[in-house]
Write a protein that binds this ligand. Structure first.
Ligand code: MUC
Ligand code: MG
Length: 397
């Protein structure tokens, strides 16, 4: 267990939290290589870039958060550089001097002066919750009503770009008892080739694992009609964001036309989108991502809408480091109905973990770390090593 600092900032007589002002918000860009190329329909990742946020408060407490996207600007409208600049230029100045305990007030204040930029907002908000949890000496999950589970099923993404490599990887994961739910990234090749690739992997794995696919919006509606038919015939149980995020009518048609479950991912940028997807019946399952939702609070609202509307729920990731993963675990552990499990495997895709104490993956589950705040502490040497602005020594030969 890492020793995580807590602060006894509650007045013993009144029970009121003592004032703790936001003094400094720092951002650092980290570039961490992946363990192999991660081939998605829109980009191949060899490095994951994370924006690390550290907030320092007047009582000496510190909160940490992460803002991460996938493949530069190829996944969504925010880039790592944009996330950092939005925080430094627009978010930090409006928060400076505010009471750190007033997280809801901070969220409102940011929303008033910054439109969109959900990942940037999420990183800052996470650091606020983390510090509040530490000051109160409780996990962030407690601030959302408390955990109902200490572990959750966790999928692994097969995305080497080669069927044989993917099969070997899946078999290794099953043998290690680390993952038996596999998400395949497809959409780069023709629909026919993709369905054959999925079929080969499902055949090799049999009943030892389940197969899902993520298209990342690459198919037209016509492609998707063929694709979903073929995928369900080869035993794939779920298809994620087959068509453009904005095309809810196409998502609704696919949802009602096939037995295979349809999941919304890029279509979900916060609670308003969750409501629209529910109204249009444009999915069976919601991939709930903390960063894409705009933070823990907005993600909890997406979850509430998802539960009320009877969607299957899935705990999604932006392939964050251990830091963003720990934050998501805090929120997801408060929900009893993640019928489709989670994919919080981000730290395992990276060649290094920036946490002092890595998150534990065991028996096909990810474990909820125990401790105050988001229950995650940074390894300062790793942060120093992977920061983009590190002085690098080059040897000229
Ligand atoms: C996505 O689109 O879901 C999640 C897992 C993975 O491999 O990529 C991400 C992004
Ligand atoms: Mg996805």
């Amino acid at each position: 267990m890492p020793i995580l600092q807590t602060y006894a900032n509650v007045d013993p007589y009144t029970g009121v939290l003592t004032l703790s002002k936001i003094e400094l918000i720092e951002t650092i860009i980290l570039d961490i290589p992946t363990i192999r190329g991660h081939v998605l329909s829109m980009a191949t990742m060899r490095i994951q870039t994370a924006v690390l946020v550290q907030i320092k408060f007047s009582d000496g407490s510190v909160g940490i958060g992460e803002g991460t996207t996938i493949g530069g600007l190829s996944y969504g409208p925010e880039s790592p550089e944009g996330i950092r600049s939005a925080i430094d230029t627009y978010i930090a100045p409006v928060l400076h001097g505010r009471c750190g305990n007033d997280v809801n007030g901070a969220i409102q204040c940011i929303d008033k002066s910054v439109k969109g930029n959900r990942i940037a907002k999420s990183a800052v908000e996470c650091a606020l919750w983390d510090a509040l949890g530490k000051r109160l000496a409780v996990p962030v999950a407690q601030l959302f009503g408390g955990s109902v589970t200490s572990e959750m099923p966790v999928a692994w993404t097969l995305a080497s770009g080669n069927s044989d490599t993917d099969i070997a990887e899946a078999q290794k994961m099953i043998a290690m008892r680390r993952h038996n739910i596999f998400k395949l990234k497809i959409g780069k090749r023709s629909v026919r080739e993709d369905v054959a690739h999925v079929g080969r992997i499902k055949k090799a794995i049999g009943d030892e694992g389940s197969i899902r696919v993520d298209i990342n919006q690459a198919w037209s509606l016509a492609d998707a009609r063929w694709g979903l038919k073929g995928l369900q015939d080869v035993g794939c149980e779920l298809v994620e964001q087959p068509v453009q995020a904005r095309d809810r009518m196409a998502m609704a048609e696919l949802t009602s036309s096939y037995e295979i479950a349809v999941m919304a991912d890029e279509a979900l940028n916060g609670p308003e989108d969750a409501l629209a997807v529910a109204t249009d019946k444009a999915a069976d399952v919601l991939a709930v991502k903390v960063a894409q939702s705009g933070g823990l609070k907005r993600a909890s609202e997406v979850l509430a809408i998802g539960q009320a509307a009877g969607f299957g729920l899935y705990g999604g990731t932006m392939l964050e480091t251990g830091l963003g993963t720990a934050a998501a675990l805090q929120l997801f552990s408060t929900i009893e109905t993640f019928r489709w499990g989670t994919e919080l495997f981000g730290p395992l895709l990276l060649t290094a973990d920036i946490l002092a104490e890595p998150i534990v993956y065991q028996d096909f589950c990810v474990k909820l770390p125990v401790g105050p705040g988001i229950a995650a502490g940074l390894d300062p040497d790793k942060v120093a090593f992977y920061r983009r602005d590190r002085e690098r020594t080059s040897i000229v030969i």
